[in-house]
Design a protein. Sequence first.
Length: 464
Amino acid sequence: MGKFRFLLALAAGKGMAWAINLIDPSRGSNFPGELALKLDPDFIRHIRGPQREKTIFVTGTNGKSTTTNLIATLFRAAGRSAAVNLEGANLKAGVAATLLKNATLGGKLKTEYIIMETDERYLPIIQQELPCGQLLVTNIQKDQVQRNGEPDLIRRKISSVIGPETRLYVNNEEPNCAALAEKAGKLLRYGVEKHEKSFSKPGFYTVTMPCPHCGAAIHFEHYNIDNVGPFRCSGCGFSSVQQPEYSLQKINYWEHSASLQSPQGEIDLPFKYDAAYFLYCYAAALAVALENDLPVEKVIQGCGEFVNIGGRMEDIRAGEKTIHYLRMKQENPETLQSALDYIAADPRPKIFMLGLDELTDFHPHYTNTFYAFDCDLEKLVQSNVERFICFSGTVSYDAALRLVYAGADPERISVLPTNDDKTILDELARWDADTVYLITWLHKFYDLSKYARSHQGQTAGGEK
């Protein structure tokens, strides 16, 4: 009966996956897995052929999808077959969907490796169903506080799956991640050398983090990305190591090149993306590739071929203006900082629109202002912003105050205590700068985009 149920679930899932791919390949990545698990709750366990030592999980707060996709590119360049959830479907149903797509009709895995992005909260559950021998942790940051609480809770969840048989890859320069090192059977640290986009945060509003061992304040020598860089605890002395096993060095943004210091020697390689956070994705993925004995020349080739999935920016046409919306993970100060840095690097005269608001995840919904205080806004304020527009039904004045604390002239700030699309776009139309950037929650971007499309020609100062 159990085998029949599994084969039925497998066939039904494959059928749904085929139908979805026929209708719209970009939709429904979870649905086949959800159906398979409904028909056979032990579906993942019943897949035959996975080898623990060749099952690689990628987890953490930020960078999971990019790192997973980069690892998959390197393995593909080396001719190694792998089942990968490239769509970012990282819960149990997404794992099931990936496995059924890469299994024979008899339920045997067709690939040599499994490379899975896994949600950090659900990692212990997925590990019970599909044990991994290799675990890569990108970072453990403040994120989705209503669901995750403190980062320490997530660190404990991840720590619970690490044992003597685990080959663990950790970010040497992120304290919560580095604190996992003591439990690994084999430990590989990866890091990034100081580079031209590294920075410090000496301001009054600088926020640090507590040491995961003793709770004292962590001090960073500098930041390579927000809350990631060489560190030392002010209490117990816990710190990053000076020379991790894998270290990305000699970073040249102009030439898109870097050098990897590794147990295999120094390796010169190309990288396409100039956002600083990509460097840690490269360092992590290269560590996994080389520890799995991929040929160096193929690894270099894969770095050159890598194309990240998903766009960083989307545009809204509003009257005579184009609004550049930076997609970012909601409820996460590190990705907010990356977006702010991206905007600050543009020297042109510009309008900056900030729409932080109530987060409607599950009841009770909540608002917060601490993400903005976790970030450094000074560089943005000094980057030729001609107008700031803060809108929100809940925290527009709080956001405006944060900009004032960062040095923004109050006379250059428009405060709109509303989420009304017409009011927001009419205010934008009052100002002349052609370059416009928007940071807001994803659902609000969709609302504004829909309104702008349906009222094209009516948001340039009034009805036409």
